[in-house]
Design a protein around this ligand. Sequence first.
Ligand code: PFF
Length: 468
Amino acid sequence: MSLKHEHHHHHKRGEWSSSLGFILAAAGSAVGLGNIWKFPGRAYRGGGGAFLLVYILIVVFIGSVAMLSEFAVGRNTNSNAVGAFNKLNPKWKIAGWLGIITGFIVSCYYIQVGGWVLNYIIAYVTEPSAVFADPLNYFYGVLGANGFPLMGAIVYPAIFIGICMFVLFKGVSGGIEKFNKIAMPGIVFLLLVLLVRSVTMPGAMEGVKYLLHVDFKTLTSGTILSALGQAFYSLSIGLAIMVTYGSYLKKEENIVKNVGYICFFDTMVAIVAGFMIIPAVFATGVDPGIGGGFAFASLAGVFHQMSGGAFFGALFYLLLLFAALTSEISLVEGTIAFISEEYHVNRKKTIIILGVVMFVIGVFYTLSQLYLPIKGVWFDLANGLQFPSFGDFLEFVTDRLLMPLGALLFCIFVGWVWRPENAIKEVEQDGAFTFKLAKLWSVMVKFVVPVAIFIVLVCGLVFGMSIS
Ligand code: PFF
């Protein structure tokens, strides 16, 4: 590649315009359906306080280590996930591909859940009584129980991906960064409003106590594994998305500090979401047992009993929408960077093609829930791990297999192939910063994190875990 070409190539790439813009964008990727849709339920099933404690430890000692690795590789290579490995060691390109493929799959079904969220915003504004009358049936209706789910699978998801495509069209700093600068404060504001509404309900304190009560007897290996898987998913680690976001980072930015902010922010949002949802569930006596449908079906029971429930319901789904949009945008951006850079396709063309393809494939996620008869038992391992739908199966494969595998390969790559010294050099920028915990980080990325991920992978697959 000639110097001239490289120069040209460099100028075509986007760049975050500020530290805050990057932090908000990366936090926007991290804060998503995982924080608000999945975390509270897992914290509840994991026994409350002990789960929270384990989750925090995992984020601090494992998640942040992996995230820093991804940022360092991204910024060092100035490349998308596959391009980064091509530059550092092409033999490891497969790890980049794994991230891209996993991100693609997650991206497809995320569009659909984003569509359901939009559906619920509209429903709480226009027909809350229809949702309240029979929450579970309403949810099943969205999924196609009473005929083809035109709105739930097609119209709303199309609007959802349309918004993402619009933002992505405007580029890294003019689109992604700008959007996150509005959406992230919006998320914080909505979260706090809903938190206050929830904990001031009569009986809510029982839920607060449940989350604060640490009982180590509730700490089973299943709980720990659930916390570990949740942490990777929530921090957007293992898909090389953070490689792409890190590649738009200026050299004068302090990676270590930024990792700290992003991990802190993501974890705070998850915990606050727990304190928003669980107390309300306790106050209303709604059964929090439903896994995936929890945010849609069970919560209607909560909003039904809350004064101003329809209003707060609409706000809650608006919160989910913001969170889902900023995450989906990052998921698609990872693939956009890959295709436009590796195959030299114009960015806008890439966005249109990807948006349409992801949308079309994603439709089958919703259809597989109730409408299409591609249901059945997919696995039946020792513990009776079963999948009611093709969509759930896909979600399991990405969450429990491909994401941890991606993170595992990535850490082994950084720890043993690229080597920690190079990552540390990238972080320190020839003395511009000191990476005080460099020694500890090296040991973590070489030994502790790969072993921990390996355990999750094996246990998640062999011993079976609940799929929600
Ligand atoms: N972190 C997002 C969430 O918690 O919902 C999901 C996600 C987004 C995972 C982007 C991975 C990713 F690359």
